[in-house]
Design a protein around this ligand. Structure first.
Ligand SMILES: NC(=O)C1=CN([C@@H]2O[C@H](COP(=O)(O)OP(=O)(O)OC[C@H]3O[C@@H](n4cnc5c(N)ncnc54)[C@H](O)[C@@H]3O)[C@@H](O)[C@H]2O)C=CC1
Ligand SMILES: O=C(O)CCC(=O)N[C@@H](CCC(=O)O)C(=O)O
Length: 486
């Protein structure tokens, strides 16, 4: 039973598909996707549930959402196991993912009040109000890298605002979606408020193109996001929030603590096996002896990163990539950079046929004059040695993306200068580019998003503002406009 529509678990009537454990290629989940008729049924069920859900007070909605939070707490380990099995992320890390899902509820509740709460002003003869209303039926599309936390980051604020949801998870992580929906069901979510449609491309297309949705909240690749943007062209009445990828720069300038800098670089480039949209892809290090010292220390540390299976007793820092295809794709990316003139300092290797297991890589691409502006979604950091800070910032900005960026430098002046010039939605100083806070807006510029950031600002795209001027009774004014008489 792979679909959850109108409070019922149903077998899919679309094509069969599977998800595999990327550490060993074993079967994690199999089922059938939703047929177009089942996507219709999910949208219709959501539409039918909308008025009653939106009519509830926010406290009533939050009572159910908090009950889901309790389910997450009670089942934290089990859900973390499911995510680890399906994504390959180490178990220590997937426990932090479930913790982020739990934390999302309080953050979103606060954001709802602070960003979309009631505002009241005096106007002549009455009162003016700003209130917000839900859009209605929203489709939520999730990526595979955070199959629990990132769709949850759209769904929780959407529900708090009074929307109802049709959720299309990544086809690589159907088991996590099913597990999450079971927790919503156990929390007493009314039928139709979240509907789960599993499936591959055809399901995604049927949902994204469905006339019955009022909006779509997407986290995934820039290519898919751009397709959706085109598909939504000419439909300005529908809200589209796009959280997409990045080709993120991390600049090093003047740091005394080499180990500290190397630690921030590892956490930026290699966490989640490089499968975070916020991962640093391009590392800028000054030329000269100090820079050499840092690069040597980095090479040693990258070689020492512990790689392993998600459930290994001695936990690794990096699990496998999501699939063997992704692993081969990263080897191909390294080969391409090598052919363009890159010098491999630590080779990224595919470690085991039939799995996503890879070792981390570091490649010096300083000699490449026309570096591809690509997001290589894996543990391969591109090193660029520079002479001039201004030129390095200019090169860092030379990307169509603009998600995250960072500076490692002990100088506040450097930071102030960098902050003014760098172009990204997340800009950090002496801190990793990853691990963004849910209590801040989360989104990027350029090809990384469409100016509808998520996390703390998700409340903004989950509701539309309504302006009202109100008086308790109609009354004629003391003086009339010229040319009027009563
Ligand atoms: N900015 C952000 O908040 C984040 C962005 N990402 C980005 O996500 C990507 C990795 O996730 P993936 O799962 O590979 O993304 P993806 O774009 O392949 O898939 C995302 C979702 O869209 C669906 N989809 C794919 N093609 C579609 C189409 N033509 N029409 C309708 N639906 C379609 C998929 O089935 C999936 O549910 C990376 O590029 C990463 O940078 C990941 C996490 C956070
Ligand atoms: O949505 C939030 O609560 C904050 C954003 C977040 O969790 N970002 C993470 C993961 C997203 C990714 O990079 O795939 C991060 O910045 O590491």
């Amino acid at each position: 039973m792979s679909l959850f529509i109108n409070g019922q678990w149903l077998a899919g009537e679309g094509p069969a598909f599977q998800s595999l454990n990327p550490a060993d290629g074993s079967l994690a989940w199999e089922g059938r996707g939703a047929s177009p008729a089942q996507v219709d049924a999910a949208v219709a069920a959501a539409r039918q549930a909308f008025v009653a859900w939106a009519d509830k007070s926010v406290e009533e909605r939050l009572a159910i959402i908090n009950a889901f939070g309790e389910q997450l707490k009670a089942n934290k380990e089990a859900l973390a196991r499911t995510i680890a099995e399906e994504t390959g992320k180490p178990f220590w890390e997937t426990q932090t993912e479930v913790a982020a899902m739990i934390g999302k509820i309080a953050i979103s509740s606060r954001a709802y009040e602070e960003r979309t709460g009631l505002v009241e002003n005096d106007v002549a003869g009455g009162r003016a109000f700003i209130r917000h209303k839900p859009h209605g039926v929203v489709a939520v599309f999730g990526p595979y890298n955070f199959p629990g936390h990132l769709p949850n980051g759209h769904m929780v604020p959407a529900l708090i605002s009074g929307n109802v949801v049709v959720f299309k998870p990544s086809e690589l992580t159907p088991k996590t979606a099913e597990h999450t929906l079971k927790l919503w069901e156990a929390a007493g979510l009314p039928a139709g408020v979240i509907n789960l449609v599993q499936g591959e491309l055809e399901t995604g297309k049927a949902l994204a193109g469905h006339a019955g949705i009022d909006g779509l909240f997407f986290t995934g690749s820039s290519n898919t996001g751009q397709l959706l943007h085109k598909q939504f062209g000419g439909r300005p009445e529908k809200i589209l929030a796009l959280e997409m990828g990045g080709n993120n720069p991390l600049l090093v300038r003047d740091v005394a603590d080499i180990k500290g800098a190397v630690h921030e670089i590892l956490q930026s480039g290699y966490i989640s096996t490089g499968q975070r949209c916020t991962c640093a892809r391009r590392l800028f290090v000054p030329k000269g002896a100090k820079g050499d010292e840092l690069v040597n220390a980095l090479v040693t540390a990258v070689k020492a990163i512990k790689v392993g299976g998600q459930f290994d007793e001695e936990q690794p820092f990096m699990g496998p990539l999501i699939s063997e295809k992704a692993a081969l794709g990263m080897v191909a990316a390294q080969d391409k950079l090598k052919a363009l003139g890159g010098e491999v300092l630590v080779e990224l290797k595919h470690l085991q046929t039939g799995t996503g297991r890879v070792s981390p890589g570091l490649i010096d691409v300083t000699a490449i004059s026309d570096l591809p502006d690509e997001e290589y979604f894996g543990p391969l950091v591109q090193l660029i040695r520079y002479d001039d800070f201004d030129a390095a910032i200019e090169q860092a900005n030379n990307t169509r993306y603009g998600l995250s960026a960072g500076l490692l430098s002990d100088s506040r002046d450097d930071w102030d200068y960098f902050f003014r010039r760098i172009r990204a939605g997340i800009v950090n100083w002496n801190k990793q580019t990853t691990g963004a806070s849910g209590a801040a807006p989360f989104g990027g510029v350029g090809a990384s998003g469409n100016h509808r950031p998520s996390a703390y600002y998700a409340a903004d795209y989950c509701a539309y503002p309504v302006a009202s001027v109100e008086a308790e009774a109609v009354s004629a004014p003391a003086s009339l406009a010229p040319g009027l008489s009563l």
